[in-house]
Write a protein that binds this ligand. Structure first.
Ligand SMILES: [Zn+2]
Length: 125
């Protein structure tokens, strides 16, 4: 999808296939093109899927993808201690400024699961 949209290469750094294979799609030293405003200091991970059969956003991760994602995030946190792990949707603007990005404020739904709950990183707010 990113290639079609004219990005140079793939905007994310990691891509996790349904079978759990992790692809390094962009060298980590190269600034990502995945989250406007956050690209210069973030690492992007994308998983294959994310839409249900009706084309609606959904958490479609396979058990293999969950395992790989957990391992990868663990490795990255070792490499970059103290980093915040969050989902694309969590970077949406907090429109009503109540300190929480709520579902009605999401500019996109991905990654379709609660990253903070799953990876147990404390909220920055
Ligand atoms: Zn996304």
């Amino acid at each position: 999808m990113h290639r079609r949209r004219g990005f140079k290469g793939i905007g994310y750094h990691y891509y996790i296939r349904k079978d759990g294979t992790v692809h390094l799609t962009r060298p980590i030293e190269r600034i990502g093109a995945h989250a406007r405003g956050w690209n210069s200091n973030s690492i992007g991970i994308c998983y294959e899927g994310g839409l249900d059969c009706g084309g609606r956003p959904a958490d479609t991760r396979t058990p293999e993808q969950r395992t790989s994602l957990r391992l990868l995030v663990g490795q990255l946190l070792t490499q970059f201690p103290g980093s915040r792990v969050c989902g694309h949707r969590d970077l949406s603007p907090d429109l009503n400024r109540n300190g929480e990005v709520e579902p009605e404020e999401w500019i996109k739904a991905c990654p379709c699961f609660d990253v903070q709950a799953e990876f147990g990183t404390p909220s920055t707010t």
